[in-house]
Each structure stands twice: as structure tokens, then as C-alpha cells.
Ligand binder design. Sequence first.
Ligand SMILES: NC(=O)c1ccc[n+]([C@@H]2O[C@H](COP(=O)([O-])OP(=O)(O)OC[C@H]3O[C@@H](n4cnc5c(N)ncnc54)[C@H](O)[C@@H]3O)[C@@H](O)[C@H]2O)c1
Ligand SMILES: O=P(O)(O)OC[C@H](O)CO
Length: 394
Amino acid sequence: MAPPPAAAAMEYQESAPSNTFTINDGSGAASGAFHMSKVTVVGSGNWGSVAAKLIASNTLKLTSFHDEVRMWVFEEALPSGEKLTDVINRTNENVKYLPGIKLGKNVVADPDLDNAVRDANMLVFVTPHQFMEGICKRLVGKIKEGVEAISLIKGMEVKMEGPCMISSLISSQLRVNCCVLMGANIANEIAVEKFSEATVGYKGNREIAEKWVQLFSTPYFMVTPVQDVEGVELCGTLKNVVALAAGFVDGLEMGNNTKAAIMRIGLREMRAFSKLLFSSVKDSTFFESCGVADVITTCLGGRNRKVAEAFAKNGGKRSFDELEAEMLQGQKLQGVSTAREVYEVLSHRGWLELFPLFSTVHEICIGRLPPSAIVEYSEHKPNFALVEGSAQYY
Ligand SMILES: NC(=O)c1ccc[n+]([C@@H]2O[C@H](COP(=O)([O-])OP(=O)(O)OC[C@H]3O[C@@H](n4cnc5c(N)ncnc54)[C@H](O)[C@@H]3O)[C@@H](O)[C@H]2O)c1
Ligand SMILES: O=P(O)(O)OC[C@H](O)CO
């Protein structure tokens, strides 16, 4: 176990003495403390840090949560030689992934995953999706009974048995209920408190969803619960593939009409794919922040769009890995691996021709097609009536 540096912990206690107990039930005993939830954020990248900031501002105000928010950091050394965790705890800033933003003094960075989750009743998962399988394996048997989880992760895994959403991976490996939070949420904009909306997807228990809404909502971050966990998560996952397509269009300087067309076709494929996988997915979900709004923001200002633009400008000659490392300094793209995962599902199920945008994006990413193939859509227009005319979407 590696606790946070003593200095940071002390500074925190001095500035937030209410940390120990904030509930007084009138009986003189602080019995309400037993109902207070402790929150840990698993992940500390760009969005992970902003999530910790949002949550930390609320745990200080809401009596049903412990003030302290623990944030698990995948430890790394900075160019100065200092450990990232030490710097976060000393400066209250994630200088690598969210420079210039104070997280709140009640955020305690912790490089020890087991220690970070040990006392938590509420776990917020927010790492790039490719690391979640390993993280879940490490967490088996390490978390408390009755923990509630939420995933802010946009991505999925493809197994032999078929696609597995990250919230399902978390639920099945850790035996916890897992909601999701997705939306039009470019982290850097929320970090400076510009107004945004988000969607919490949940399965059955509305009360739990309301608790997550309470934990995340601020006057500049408006969160709406929707009873469609698969639909919400698939929106967040699939929009990253559409963002790559939009980036290719930008790199080719095709203009706004083409980009709007790509966004519309992409949204349509998102809906068809989601409904083919889960017949329970609701059309209305695509009109929430997690749907059309996220497609718009990510195609205008996201990292997937930005790197895909550079890829197309270079005629596909520089790989995504190389461009990601050069342009994002440690931040990770989700779209390229998601395009591959979606392609695997499509080819396995014989659906490739129904999803020309999704399949073309993957083929461009791996160099099988040139970036310009993204606008040859009309030649491959699928018969969507085949998909959408069927009541079951099967
Ligand atoms: N950044 C955004 O604007 C944004 C907004 C909404 C959702 N999301 C989603 O949130 C998720 C997390 O993204 P982010 O922006 O917080 O991260 P990021 O891309 O900014 O940072 C990458 C993170 O991965 C960590 N990491 C590197 N190697 C690792 C390993 N082997 N194991 C575990 N962690 C490792 C790094 O320490 C860093 O914290 C993604 O699914 C993303 O799609 C991001
Ligand atoms: O920067 P991106 O492309 O990972 O997208 C960020 C968010 O998901 C936008 O909602």
C-alpha cells in the first residue's frame, strides 16, 4: 500500500476539517456517517480528472457522501523525475492530463489500486477501455460488498461469445450493478465549467441512477437518467467511429455538407447496430446527450476527429499509433480499436454490407482503403429497409 504523501493529506485535513463527519442527526451521535458513501474514481486521464473534480465539488456539499474522493492514478514518472501522483497531491492538479485545473483539495491521488478501492461504496470507472479487462481482474475480491459502479468509458470488448460492453465486463467480473454516464462531454470544456449535458444509463433501480445524477450534477453539468443502459453505452462507444470518419472528411477538406452527411449516416448506423445487438435499445436514447449531441461535439472538437484529420492529411502514410503518441502526449484514442471491434462483430455476423460507414472506417484505419473511400458511400448504400423494416431488428 502506498498512501498519499503525508503533506498532501495534512493540507487536505486542515482545509477541509468537515471531512470526518458532516451529518448530525440531532441525537448528538453522528450515526448518519454510516450511510455516507465513499467514492473512488478509477482512472485519472483527461476525463477521469474532470470527473474527479465534478464529484469532489459535490461531495463537499452533499451530506450523503464522504468529502474525500480517492482517484486511482496509473503511476508514471514526469520529465522532472517526480511521480505524477506526488505532483497531483502536492499541487492539486493533474499536470500531465489536465494542466491548469485545480481538482479540489478533497481529491486524493493514490497509485495503489487495491488501496484506492478498499473503502469505496461507489466506484467510478474512467480509463481507456483497453485497460479495463486487466483492471477488473486485479479488482476481483478487493472491493466491498454492495458496491455500486458507474462506467464513463466509451468502448467495448469483443470476445469469442460476441461483443461485451464495458459495463457488462465490470458487472460480471466484479459482481456489481453498473450504470453508465455518457454524453457530449469534451473534458477540457467541462473542466473550465462551460455548460454541458450528460446521460446516465441504468437498468432497473432508478434510485441508484438518481444517486449518480446527484453525485455528478452541477449548475454547468446537467445529467439526465435514462432506463437504457445498453443504448446509452453503445452511443458513447460507436460515436468514436463516426468521429474518425468526420476527421477523414476534414483532412480531405470536403466541407460542412459532407461532414453533416457523414454524421447523419453514422448516427443511423449507430442506431441500427445498437438495435441489432440489443432489441431493448430505445430510439429516444439517440436524442439524448449521449446520442446526437455526442456525435456532434466529437465530430467537431474531439481527439478522434483531430488525429483522423492528420491521418487523412498524410494520405494514410503515418499510422494512428504514431500520430496518437505525437499529438496526444499520453492520452488515448478509443475510435481506432472500436472500429476494429465493430468490424469483427460485423464480419462475424455477416452484417458488413449493412454498415458501409463503420466497415470503411476500419479499412481506412488499417490501410486497406485510402481516406477518400469515406465519401464513396453512395456506391455501397445498404438496404436499410432490411434492418429497419424488421420489427426485431434481426
Ligand atoms: N477526454 C474526454 O474528453 C472524454 C470525454 C468523455 C469520455 N471519455 C472517455 O473516458 C475514458 C478515459 O479517457 P480519459 O480522457 O480520461 O483518458 P486519457 O486518454 O486522457 O488518458 C489516458 C489514461 O490512461 C492511463 N494509462 C496508460 N496506460 C495505462 C495502463 N496500462 N493501465 C491503466 N491506465 C493506463 C494514463 O495514465 C491516463 O490516465 C475513455 O473511454 C474516453 O473515451 C473521454
Ligand atoms: O476526444 P474524444 O474523441 O475521445 O471524444 C471526447 C468525448 O467522448 C466527447 O464527448
